[in-house]
Design a binder for this molecule. Structure first.
Ligand SMILES: *Cc1c(COP(=O)(O)O)cnc(C)c1O
Length: 366
């Protein structure tokens, strides 16, 4: 509390990011869904040719080279792509641009309960009403639950976090078509890890109210760079640019634009990292299930695992932490019996499994 802060800042409950260990601290870090592999090796070469003198100049507002590379990859027009300072910023701009429309201030934004914990923070920060739609059995999202519910917008992460489950394009289409006056955000932070791959971008020609949000943080191993983007109709993208230019007209810097461009162009390396992570995810699911854990089939670079009878999730989280293995535990009621475990390298996961095995046998012995 401070008398110098306004009411909103005094009242808000900010987003809590996963713990980042201190530099030099040796841990196996499986708590924030970062990629265990380094970014594309092409980036090093690109940075060698970067002229530091250019930093005296403002960057290109639209990150034109980058959005053209994205547009080409996704088979859309560059005018359908918007780049921002991480997808968190792109999502924040979406909430400001598309939700809480004039005259409809009582209508809520619909989000799944449970989903990305930044959505409720945006809602609070931008004074938008919120309605959480409960998930069904085993954390499954039912598209019908989003039909006929008055709203001023919808935000869904697909694959969802922290549940790791995804819904089909048919379900997304049903939600978009069933809410033609609302913008539907599909947050595809983890979409590249779905197997087989599919994206809501393919629905755009048919659903002008869809906006797909992506990040370079997860599958491209660039969480430290802060670049995210949105793909949608020209009308929606133009709205985002208006919001951006009323807030910060240079969201991506010159270095970030060059690196993000190079990363998107290196398709081969991107695919190889994703393949390896999917393989390691399957190994991890198999090994954890063998130890009695239950979890939905993951479409992301993490699993959301419920420990076997007799093992408390929070205790397991603490014991793993003591062994230098960081995973994510949410105190939230309803999911406080699970751990969200990011997929690291095969070696990381073997060490995790060995540590978990030890915990499980300790409990059995006692
Ligand atoms: C990680 C994550 C983001 C944030 O990505 P940044 O681009 O790093 O801001 C957005 N949405 C979801 C669901 C995420 O898990």
């Amino acid at each position: 509390m401070s008398k110098y802060w306004n009411k909103k800042i005094n009242d808000i409950e900010p987003y809590v990011a996963g713990e980042q260990p201190k530099p030099g601290q040796k841990v196996i870090k499986l708590n924030t869904n970062e990629n265990p592999f380094p970014p594309s090796p092409v980036i090093r070469a690109v940075m060698r040719t970067f002229d530091i003198g250019d930093l005296r100049l403002y960057p290109d507002t639209d990150a034109t080279d980058f959005i053209e590379a994205v547009a080409q990859r996704e088979c859309v027009k560059p005018s359908q792509v918007f780049a921002g300072n991480g997808s968190d910023e792109v999502l924040a701009l979406c909430f400001q641009t598309f939700f809480e429309k004039e005259g409809n201030t009582d209508l809520p934004v619909l989000t799944p309960d449970y989903s990305y914990s930044f959505y409720p923070v945006f809602e609070q920060f931008y004074d938008i009403r919120s309605k959480k739609i409960p998930l069904r059995e085993d954390l499954r999202l039912e598209a019908d639950d989003y039909i006929g519910v008055p709203n001023c917008g919808i935000a869904i992460a697909n694959p969802n976090a922290p549940t790791s489950r995804s819904i089909s394009l048919m379900d997304i289409k049903k939600i978009a078509k069933g809410n033609p006056d609302s913008v539907v955000i599909i947050d595809e932070a983890y979409v590249e890890f779905s197997d087989p791959y599919f994206t809501a971008v393919d629905l755009l020609p048919d659903c002008p109210n869809l906006i797909v949000v992506r990040t370079m943080s997860k599958s491209y191993s660039l969480a430290g760079l802060r670049v995210g983007y949105a793909i949608g109709s020209e009308e929606l993208i133009e709205g985002l640019k208006r919001a951006r230019d009323s807030f910060n007209s240079y969201p991506t810097d010159r270095i970030a634009q060059r690196i993000a461009y190079a990363a998107v162009r290196d398709n081969e390396y991107h695919m190889a990292c994703i393949d390896e992570i999917i393989r390691t995810r399957k190994f991890t699911e198999f090994a954890l299930r063998g130890l009695g854990f239950k979890m939905p089939e993951s479409s992301a670079n993490f699993v959301f695992a419920k420990p076997p009878q007799g093992i408390d999730a929070e205790t397991l989280y603490k014991n793993l932490r003591a062994k230098g293995i960081l995973v994510r535990y949410f105190k939230t009621e309803g999911i406080n019996d699970r751990l969200r475990i990011s997929i690291g390298t095969r070696q990381d996961m073997e060490q995790l499994i060995a540590a978990v095995k030890q915990e499980v046998s300790n409990v059995k012995d006692s």
